[in-house]
Design a protein around this ligand. Structure first.
Ligand SMILES: Nc1ncnc2c1ncn2[C@@H]1O[C@H](COP(=O)(O)OP(=O)(O)OP(=O)(O)O)[C@@H](O)[C@H]1O
Ligand SMILES: [Mg+2]
Length: 297
């Protein structure tokens, strides 16, 4: 699959590229990484040609908010311009607000997903099998219903193509039983705390994805956390079971793309100005509700 967006040259050339994801450009600083969130938006695993202005900054600042709020061991070191290496001085304007310096971790190649509501691929699994990733559920559940307790539904990270839902046994075979249990417990604990906090702010976190890695023998939270790209955020006041929900996340763009005659392979379609504006507004709303602050560039 050719990705014309990430095959363009990286904007920073002073330090080596560590990896180029769909959304983030990651640079190697030795024991640490410079993670730069771009304004790229990916949907159905395709990076769209139209950026969403400030999206990378919103994602970065929301992640930083959560790292500070959660206080769990994580890769986060700094998002302060004064900690940038001097060799990157000429990039300060571009990097302001959209970068994090983090500890380089040995990543577990598993997406640690917590689901607190029955929706998306979980709902599809449930309709087909009355279970979600190996968790048997009672009959008669409705779309978007709350799952109590939340479910841990891991996915194997595939370098090429889509990530693949796996059951806990398969995960244990991949990473080892003790680590699988640790990642599951951390995922559910962090999600449950975030879910309660967000609800007080009027946001339902329907599900979310965490990544973990190891630094100096310690398992830590890495990547972005609890953003509209890694989670489903719903406004709590419009919530009802039995239907799809409005959302503050990428679902709006996915819904728009589903109205097009597009095969969900590269190249993705340009987004109309109206869709860009509405998407940006949804990301900003989520940011303001959760952090209690207006986003400032
Ligand atoms: N502390 C860390 N140490 C090592 N790798 C990290 C760390 N934090 C995040 N990463 C990795 O950096 C990349 C961030 O880029 P991005 O999220 O854009 O990738 P992606 O397109 O989602 O691809 P992937 O499927 O690899 O997550 C991810 O591959 C993520 O796993
Ligand atoms: Mg990612």
């Amino acid at each position: 699959m050719n990705n014309p967006v990430t095959s363009s040259p990286p904007p920073i050339t002073e330090i080596p590229l560590f990896s180029r994801g769909k959304v983030r450009d990651v640079y190697d600083l030795g024991d640490t990484l410079l993670m730069v969130a771009t304004d790229r938006l990916s949907a159905f695993d395709v990076v769209l040609p139209t950026p969403i202005p400030d999206k990378g900054k919103i994602l970065t600042q929301l992640s930083v908010f959560w790292f500070n709020h959660l206080g769990v061991p994580s890769h986060f070191l700094s998002a302060d311009l004064k900690d940038l290496p001097a060799s990157l001085d000429r990039h300060r304007d571009y990097l302001r607000g959209r970068f994090m310096l983090v500890k380089k971790a040995k990543r577990f190649d598993v997406e640690c997903v917590a689901r607190g509501y029955l929706v998306g691929s979980g709902w599809k699994d449930y309709l087909a099998t009355e279970s979600v990733c190996g968790h048997a559920l009672p009959p008669g559940l409705r779309l978007s219903c709350k799952l109590e307790p939340p479910l841990f539904t891991p996915a194997a990270k595939n370098d090429i193509g889509h990530d693949e839902n796996i059951d806990f046994k398969t995960m244990a075979a991949m990473v080892g039983g003790a680590d699988a249990e640790r990642l599951r417990d951390l995922t559910l604990e962090i999600y449950s705390r975030a879910r309660s906090f967000a609800l007080q702010k009027g946001v339902i976190i329907a599900d979310t994805k965490f990544e973990f890695g190891v630094v100096d023998g310690q398992t830590i939270l890495i990547d972005e956390v609890l953003t509209p790209d890694s989670s489903r955020f719903w406004p709590a006041d419009g919530y009802a079971e039995g239907r799809e929900q409005d959302s503050f996340d990428k679902q709006y763009v996915r819904d728009y793309l589903n109205t097009l005659d597009w095969g969900k392979t590269y190249p993705g379609p340009e987004l109309p100005a109206e869709v860009v504006k509405n998407t940006r507004r949804k990301y900003l709303e989520a940011f303001a509700l959760l952090t209690g602050k207006e986003f400032r560039e």
